[in-house]
Ligand binder design. Structure first.
Ligand SMILES: Nc1ncnc2c1ncn2[C@@H]1O[C@H](COP(=O)(O)OP(=O)(O)OP(=O)(O)O)[C@@H](O)[C@H]1O
Ligand SMILES: [Mg+2]
Length: 220
């Protein structure tokens, strides 16, 4: 399976934006792109708003015709960890079902872009973390991270956690990257590249309603 698994240094750090930009770039060069997200929670927060939930933004960016179920087999209302959201819904996330759904998603496409949930060690069940699913997928890992204070530590911890299970880090993406970066952001970028021995890309602030205006982000 060819593609990218996008994790992040935590929740709300830009994973969806990064995964969407990568998917858009691939689609723009003529590839058939499938997207996947093992679990989406917090759908209650989107009700009636203009912002798209993760699986919908990913689908639009990729130009994919996958259904909600094909992209994100487990979807929950409350904005909480997927293992707890599943428990409150009276079920448990089934790793075998996730692996099968990801395989089916990839089958119809040239390349698969998968977004994780929260940070890399978030539980899908108490015995199966996002990292375990990423390892089962075996795709190179993209890491979304903030550009500001605190990002060096969070990013290096995530890189260690990825490499500890033998997965490859395709690159770190600092997002949103300010239009006029200060010494802090430039220094963060250099420190992460050097200490993490990793490629570091940056993503400017995007208009999420206009994928045609996005710069390309080539991580696959
Ligand atoms: N480059 C960017 N351009 C525009 N908005 C951005 C950018 N990077 C991050 N954001 C904003 O930061 C917030 C978090 O981004 P995003 O939804 O991608 O995070 P996430 O890590 O996928 O969150 P979750 O853990 O809920 O899946 C969003 O409101 C998003 O619009
Ligand atoms: Mg997201």
């Amino acid at each position: 399976m060819r593609g990218l698994f996008v994790t992040g240094t935590g929740t709300e750090v830009g994973k969806t934006v990064v995964a969407a930009a990568v998917a858009r770039t691939l689609a723009g060069s003529g590839e058939r792109v499938a997207v996947f997200k093992p679990a989406v929670s917090g759908l209650d927060d989107y009700a009636g708003g203009e912002e798209l939930p993760d699986h919908e933004l990913l689908r639009t960016a990729a130009g994919s015709s996958q259904s909600d179920d094909e992209i994100a087999p487990y979807r929950y209302g409350p904005p909480i960890s997927p293992h707890l959201a599943a428990e409150l819904a009276g079920e448990e996330i089934d790793p075998a079902r996730l692996r099968e759904a990801a395989r089916v998603a990839a089958e119809g496409a040239d390349v698969l872009v998968c977004e994780g949930v929260g940070g890399f060690l978030v539980p899908l069940t108490l015995g199966y973390l996002v990292r375990d699913f990423a390892r089962d997928m075996g795709l190179p890992i993209g890491i979304a991270a903030g550009a500001g204070l605190g990002t060096i530590n969070h990013t290096l911890l995530t890189i260690e956690s990825v490499r500890a299970v033998g997965l490859e880090v395709a690159g770190v993406v600092l997002t949103p990257w300010p239009s006029q970066p200060e010494d802090l952001e430039r220094s963060n970028r250099e420190a992460i590249a050097r200490l993490g021995r990793v490629r570091v890309e940056v993503l400017p602030h995007l208009d999420l309603t206009a994928p045609d205006t996005w710069p390309s982000l080539d991580l696959v």
